[in-house]
Design a binder for this molecule. Structure first.
Ligand code: FPP
Length: 241
């Protein structure tokens, strides 16, 4: 979608995915514990949701906790889970005010019951909003997404529910992201240039943008830089919008 922001014409991607990285280093630079960085990261995310909406981005999907993140210290994992608890509670409050639909992707069976309840509530109360489709990946892994999808597909084939040709679209419909379009732009902060098992099926035709900016320092200016980079790409392949 074309939009004029502060006199600048921007072709705004429909769906932006972000790997939030660098919270730990941001805290370390300030001689603070890692969870201080995660807290700052959550604040930044709140602001970036507003910025994304202002730019006209319709879908924002962020990688908050991967299937591999359980390997971090017990203290860090429980700190992140508490931040997620608070954030989900805030999302429930914000849904109406920000006209924001919330979805959570990932395997929720391993999460604490109260977090699952909050996820279900956030998804339920925000279903009617369509200003920004905000998706948080929690206990998410791209391979695990495909594994769970394939398992369900096999069970539906065996029960006779599915007897059609196995197409790419059919496989997409068995993933956690079934009702959201594939990302147009992926951003990873903090200088790392890896996918880290994020949306590996869905990112097949996506443009990648990497920045040294640590996640807590990310802002509207950085988001615009990423969109400008996207504008400079020649999107010839796949799902060109
Ligand atoms: C990445 O920084 C951050 C994480 C893996 C933790 C999760 C993100 C947040 C808590 C931000 C807020 C998100 C929500 C949905 C509330 P890192 O720890 O990998 O940083 P480092 O690479 O500098 O160590």
């Amino acid at each position: 979608m074309e939009k004029v922001i502060d006199g600048e014409k921007l072709n705004v991607p429909n769906h932006v995915a972000i790997i939030l990285d660098g919270n730990g280093r941001w805290a370390k630079k300030r001689l603070m514990p890692r969870n201080y960085g995660h807290k700052a990261g959550a604040k930044t995310l709140e602001k970036v949701c507003d910025d994304a909406k202002e730019l006209g981005i319709k879908y924002l999907t962020v990688y908050a906790f991967s299937t591999e993140n359980w390997k971090r210290s017990v203290e860090e994992v429980s700190g992140i889970m508490n931040i997620l608890r608070d954030y989900l509670a805030d999302c429930i409050k914000w849904a109406d005010e920000k006209n924001m639909r919330i979805r959570i992707i990932g395997d929720r069976t391993a999460l604490d019951a109260d977090i699952v309840e909050k996820i279900e509530e956030a998804e339920r109360v925000s279903k009617i909003y369509d200003g920004l489709n905000f998706t948080i990946a929690i206990n998410y892994g791209g391979r695990d997404d495909i594994r769970r999808g394939v398992k369900k597909l096999i069970s539906d084939v065996n029960s006779g529910k599915i007897n059609e040709e196995i197409s790419e679209d059919l496989i997409s419909s068995y993933l956690d992201t079934a009702d959201i379009p594939d990302p147009d732009l992926l951003i990873r902060t903090s200088g790392e240039e890896r996918l880290s098992n994020f949306l590996i099926w869905q990112l097949a035709y996506t443009e990648f943008y990497f920045t040294d900016c640590l996640w807590p320092d990310f802002n509207m200016n950085e988001l615009k830089k990423a969109v400008r980079y996207y504008n400079g790409r020649d999107r010839r392949y796949g799902g060109v919008k």
